[in-house]
Ligand binder design. Structure first.
Ligand code: ZN
Length: 451
């Protein structure tokens, strides 16, 4: 007799009890199937239950042990009962540790089965309704429901009570004085009557002044730890800084794995039936100023390069390509006609130590790729290049990553001054060979090479 335990979010003890029960039945243990954390009520797919049913159909399982029948499914009994009756008809026995055995052709078993499923469904439906009710109440009370607080705010939990006196917690947005001051400063600079600043310029100034971003404050070592145009644009475009309730609008894109995009495209003000914005949070700047700023920003749209889906270049994101200032270089390309792909220093604007290059440092992707590949083959033993031109990008990247430890790019001497790539690049190969025509007196890769 083959048997299977089906239990949802089963702790080890439940599994152990089922094993003991299986032993008592003289059954041969086939395995246990669990759908952790998937609520049957939401109609989310339950692949484990489906696989279990398939295994029964295939004759691999003839006893299902479950902790109680409600664990088997909380979906509508009208959908589940026919499936289970079909299993019983095929000779499968369902054993519930709590409720006993269910067998084919036994009317009272069938009634107990339906009753058990119905109770589970009702419980889950009322839980679901209770959650919705609490969410609606929280929203009415000005609660903030989605994840983290936007810049300028902190989450402030508040305990409220339902009509029945049950406590629940809502999150409100409270002003964060340090971040609110930054927002007011930024808005003031953007609306400066004499010389309005640009978002890019302000981002650079904030970096130079060492004003921490939210990412830097919470200690995240990500790209968010310096100010950039996008971060600032998002902050001053957020209606919540003017106290309005707002919904996040996500970019209309899907990620490579098919999930919807998580990148914020903008915000939508939540309005009452008369079209008036709903005020839900403390204000950081007054609504009139905020609307004036939106008008100003709309008239002079920020010139951020369109975001391309990430497409790796030969040398980017391998951990080998660095600017002379020590920052990594990454692929910089966009869809504009005539745009020449380049590698670009990722040092955030305004973060500049003494002796570091000023402004951007970029180098042509085509020129650098050719230079590096030429040198790699020149120094690789048995330098047969014939496979290279036909090889997919993945293989080429893997090959380069294998043979190159570090590439350091120095900034071109001046605008319009085109130094040959070889004079701007040093390559340290894995075998220890250093290929360099860079004058170390000008640049300073000697220290960073071994970093
Ligand atoms: Zn740099």
């Amino acid at each position: 007799m083959a048997q299977w335990l089906y239990s949802e979010a089963s702790p080890a003890t439940q599994r152990e009890i089922a094993r003991v029960r299986a032993h008592e039945l003289g059954a041969h243990w086939v395995g246990s199937y669990e759908d952790n954390g998937i609520s049957a009520y939401t109609g989310a797919a339950r692949p484990s239950l489906d696989r279990l049913i398939a295994a029964c159909h295939a004759g691999l399982v003839d006893v299902i042990i479950t902790f109680n029948i409600s664990r088997l499914s909380r979906a509508d009994p009208l959908d589940v009962v026919p499936v289970l009756i079909d299993l019983l008809d095929r000779g499968v026995t369902i054993v519930s540790i709590v409720e006993g055995e269910f067998r084919r052709g036994n009317a009272s078993d069938l009634i107990r089965l339906v009753a058990g499923l119905n109770a589970a469904h009702a419980e889950s439906r009322s839980k679901s309704a209770a959650v919705s009710a609490v969410k609606a109440a929280a929203r009415e009370l000005g609660g903030y429901l989605s994840g983290k607080a936007p810049y300028g705010f902190a989450l402030a939990p508040e305990t409220r009570h339902t009509a029945d006196g049950d406590p629940f917690v809502i999150q409100r947005l409270a002003r964060r004085d340090d971040e609110a001051a930054v927002i007011r400063h930024v808005v003031g600079r953007l609306l400066d009557a004499d010389s309005p600043a640009t978002l890019t310029g302000i981002a650079a100034a904030l970096n130079a002044d060492g004003i921490p971003t939210r990412g830097a404050t919470v200690g995240k070592q990500t790209a968010n730890s310096a100010w950039c145009l996008r971060t600032l644009d998002r902050i001053v475009r957020d209606p919540r800084v003017a106290g309005f309730a707002a919904e996040v609008v996500y970019a209309d894109r899907t990620r490579p794995d098919g999930r919807p995009s998580a990148s914020v495209a903008g915000y939508r003000i939540v309005r009452d039936p008369d079209g008036r914005p709903i005020e839900a949070h403390p204000r950081i700047i007054d609504p009139e100023t905020w609307f004036r700023l939106q008008h100003r920003l709309d008239r002079r749209p920020t010139r951020a390069a369109p975001l391309d889906p990430p497409r790796p270049a030969l040398l980017s994101a391998l951990g080998i390509l660095y600017c002379e200032c020590g920052a990594a270089m990454k692929s910089h390309r966009n869809t504009r006609h005539g745009f020449r792909p380049a590698y670009r220093c990722t040092r955030p604007r305004g973060v500049r130590r003494p002796g570091d290059h000023a402004g951007d440092c970029t180098i042509s992707q085509r020129a650098l790729d050719e230079h590096v590949v030429g040198n790699v083959f020149a120094h690789a033993t048995g330098s047969d290049r014939s496979w290279w031109s036909g090889a997919p990008l993945d293989e080429r990247r893997a090959f380069v990553a294998l043979l190159v430890r570090r590439i350091t790019v120095t900034k071109a001497p001046g605008p319009g001054c085109r130094a040959p790539v070889a004079e701007r690049v040093s390559i340290l190969l894995t075998c220890g060979i250093l290929v360099s025509q860079v004058s170390f007196a000008q640049a300073k890769p000697a220290a960073s090479l071994e970093a």
